[in-house]
Design a protein around this ligand. Structure first.
Ligand code: GLU
Length: 451
């Protein structure tokens, strides 16, 4: 980076003209760009300026001189954040997160639906919980409400199990064991889950998830296989998942349907297990129950979603976890089959890839903006999707013109004016804050689009 640029950046942040930049000022600036002070990259860069020989004294001035500042901005994400070059520009990110905040407030009174009843941990979940987390491919984050309350990931593990199988075997081999068609049925319907050959319709239904997990490190001991799954989650989220033992035990005790599906697949040689081990289908089902019982929260799950939105690269570490092809394939299947038997309706209304789990989570991916939104609210609709979660998706898409097909042409142009800062023909940037702009009124019209 050019020295001159660093210097002018330093000057622009040295508001007191004291030849220093206050750390709070730098962190505030990064916060506006969407990076949190506890982002590992920010923490690492800022703490690297602390002289370890000098004992920390409370109240000591927290500033960076030019040399220290230059060290800190060597961290690429900080440099890009200060240049407004992250996945979303600071104004765009602020506008989007304000929308999230408003929708959150509007939906607090939405109490329809019922929490999942089939196991005690879900039956006893606090129905009032509600949290939303946003994460972009560069790790810009926003959260509101119960975004750090833990829940079992349940079916939202399925896209990632599919991704792991794709990474290991490649698409051609994976799809010998599992299809990629919309099932149209419920997630566990034994009649509709498998085709005539015993092959599950897709990796988003239970049979398909068991089939893909059976392809993940099949030669290792089950505990090592599970460790591989946990490690993949940790790489995406920048923090390890937890494990909900009670949910696992209850899933195992009540999962007769899933065990039945595993048996049916094994009977047709459509489950990658040892044919001579008569307990192998049961073990495959248990592995699936364990993965469903991984514990995450909206904030961490949003980072996993952002990994998909980012073409397979984890947001905080910049590490490639999946290939671009894998991420694309996973999102495609989520796009048509991620929301149980309301997937078609959801595709019509929202048009973006999403996956939900019966604990009340919904993970929505917005590829165009390289971002993921995760909601957590345990009351479910009849299809098993979180009522508030689905509503958040609909409202966000409506408000920001994110449906890839609904806002084509003129409507899309209007929506883009408010979100994405398209340059107007006459020059200058249009934005929602420009009250006089005719775009604002039109956006309201687009926002009222009845889907
Ligand atoms: N683990 C549950 C099951 O397999 C449900 C998973 C879900 O749909 O979220 O029956």
């Amino acid at each position: 980076m050019a020295e001159f640029d660093v210097e002018s950046l330093f000057r622009s942040l040295d508001t007191d003209r004291a030849n220093v930049v206050w750390k709070w000022k730098l962190l505030e600036e990064l916060g506006q760009a969407g990076l949190r002070a506890d982002d590992p990259r920010v923490e690492r860069a800022v703490s690297s300026t602390v002289d370890s020989d000098t004992p920390f004294e409370p109240g000591q001035p927290e500033w960076l001189d030019f040399e220290q500042f230059r060290e800190v901005v060597r961290e690429p994400v900080i440099w890009r954040a200060l240049q407004g070059q992250l996945s979303m520009r600071p104004d765009e990110f602020a506008e989007f997160t304000q929308g999230v905040e408003r929708i959150y407030a509007e939906l607090l009174d939405e109490r329809s639906g019922e929490v999942a009843q089939y196991i005690p941990t879900l039956r006893n979940a606090d129905p009032e919980r509600f949290g939303i987390a946003v994460c972009t491919g560069d790790g810009q984050v926003f959260q509101i409400g119960d975004a750090t309350v833990g829940f079992s990931v349940q079916s939202t593990s399925k896209p990632f199990s599919y991704a792991m199988a794709l990474e290991q075997l490649g698409a051609a081999d994976v799809h010998r064991w599992v299809g990629q068609e919309q099932s149209g049925g419920t997630f566990n319907d034994p009649r509709l889950s498998l085709d005539a050959a015993g092959k599950p319709q897709n990796p988003m239904i239970n049979a398909g998830a068991m089939a893909t997990l059976a392809l993940v490190e099949p030669d290792l001991d089950v505990s090592e296989r599970f460790a591989k799954v946990e490690q993949t989650w940790a790489r995406m989220m920048g923090a390890p998942p937890g494990f909900d033992h009670r949910t696992f035990l209850a899933e195992r005790d009540t999962g007769h349907g899933n065990r039945g599906l595993a048996n049916l697949m094994a009977a047709k040689d459509m489950l990658n297990v040892d044919p001579k081990d008569r307990d192998a289908p049961q073990k495959a089902a248990e592995f699936y129950f364990a993965v469903c019982s991984l514990e995450v929260d909206a904030q961490r799950l949003a980072a996993a979603g952002a990994t998909l939105a980012n073409g397979g690269v984890a947001p905080y570490s910049g590490e490639r976890v999946f290939s671009q092809e894998t991420a694309g394939r996973v999102l495609s299947v989520m796009g048509h089959s991620g929301m149980y038997n309301d997937s078609g309706q959801f595709a019509g209304q929202v048009g973006l890839p999403a996956k939900s789990g019966v604990s009340g989570n919904v993970m929505l991916v917005v590829p165009e903006k390289r971002l993921a939104v995760v909601t957590f609210s345990p009351r479910l609709d009849e299809a098993g999707n979180s009522v508030r979660g689905v509503e958040v998706c609909k409202r966000l898409v409506n408000e920001f013109g994110l449906h890839p097909y609904q806002s084509l042409g003129a409507e899309r142009e209007v929506a883009r004016l408010a979100f994405g800062g398209v340059t107007r023909p006459g020059g200058g940037r249009a934005g929602q804050h420009n009250a006089a702009a005719p775009a604002t009124a039109s956006v309201t019209r687009a926002g009222e689009l009845q889907l």
